[in-house]
Design a protein around this ligand. Structure first.
Ligand SMILES: [Zn+2]
Length: 285
């Protein structure tokens, strides 16, 4: 008799489990718009664990609530689920040792060049671009993106090839390499974006550049110099993910040098890049 009751109870439990599980696919409704998927996926994670988990695995009960409590209760931003890499160009000391300019190439270039300096401020490029990169990082984080940087200090020794490989391994959706320009003429000014010409990621990189450049110029009022295609940049050639080299302005131009080294202008550059990134991923307003 007891056996029968137990068997019935087990059967009832089993049915509960089944119905509990059967309900799950109803929650996971695939939608056509990819943008809508991320918030829905989060909603599922945030939902209480279905009953069966409590009866089948009592152990799981102890860990679940803690794991949920640790989750930050923030609004998902426009870039939720997007992974962005930032490579602040150069470093305190260049490295003139050579490395291959592209996979399979015999041509070699210096691992990291030393960059330019501000004609008025005398601030080295590696300092300016790290400040711009921090502004960009903060603006991206505010939009819910996952952000990785190749360096957060000046005194590092990371070659351009290593920087690209680092971002590849992190599975970035897009990488921005932040630089400032220098020219013989002090009149040269404006923002220019550089992408690969003939590598597999060139097309996606170009599309991202097309989205970002106008937004940067709109935000800063800087001259739009254009998008330039080239296979001569080690950091672009080794990238397996869409990658853009952003020349934020000319440190050889007295006015731009001053602007590039003010937090206000750096924030405008970052805001422009973020708006362009949102447009590229179809998350614009
Ligand atoms: Zn540079």
């Amino acid at each position: 008799m007891l056996k029968h009751i137990l068997a019935a109870a087990m059967a009832a439990l089993y049915m509960l489990t089944l119905t509990g599980l059967a309900e799950l696919p109803l929650i996971v409704v695939p939608t056509a718009a990819p943008e809508a998927e991320a918030p829905e996926a989060e909603a599922i994670e945030a939902m209480p664990t279905p009953e069966p988990a409590q009866t089948v695995e009592p152990d799981a009960q102890d860990t679940e609530p803690d794991a949920q409590a640790a989750k930050p209760e923030t609004e998902p931003g426009r870039l939720a689920g997007i992974v962005i890499g930032i490579d602040p160009g150069h470093q305190a000391h260049g490295n003139s040792q050579k490395e291959a300019v592209a996979p399979g190439s015999r041509e070699k270039k210096a691992k990291v060049s030393s960059g330019t300096d501000g004609v008025v401020t005398d601030i080295p490029e590696y300092v300016t671009v790290l400040e711009i990169s921090f502004q960009l990082r903060d603006a991206l984080l505010a939009e819910g993106a996952e952000v990785y940087m190749t360096r957060e200090e000046h005194d590092v020794d990371i070659s351009n090839q290593e920087r690209a490989k680092m971002m590849n391994e992190l599975g970035c959706d897009l990488v921005l390499r932040i630089h400032c320009d220098g020219a013989d003429s002090s009149r040269a000014n404006g923002i220019g974006l550089y992408v690969n010409e003939s590598f597999p990621i060139s097309e996606a990189s170009y599309a991202a550049a097309e989205a970002i450049l106008p937004r940067m110029c709109e935000a800063t009022g800087a001259k739009e110099r254009g998008i330039f295609e080239s296979d001569s940049y080690t950091g672009l050639n080794w990238s397996e993910v869409p990658c853009i080299l952003v020349e934020c302005g000319f440190m050889s131009n007295p006015r731009e040098d001053e602007l590039l080294n003010t937090p206000e202008y750096q924030r405008l550059l970052a805001r422009g890049m973020v708006e362009g990134i949102c447009d590229y991923f179809g998350r614009g307003e």
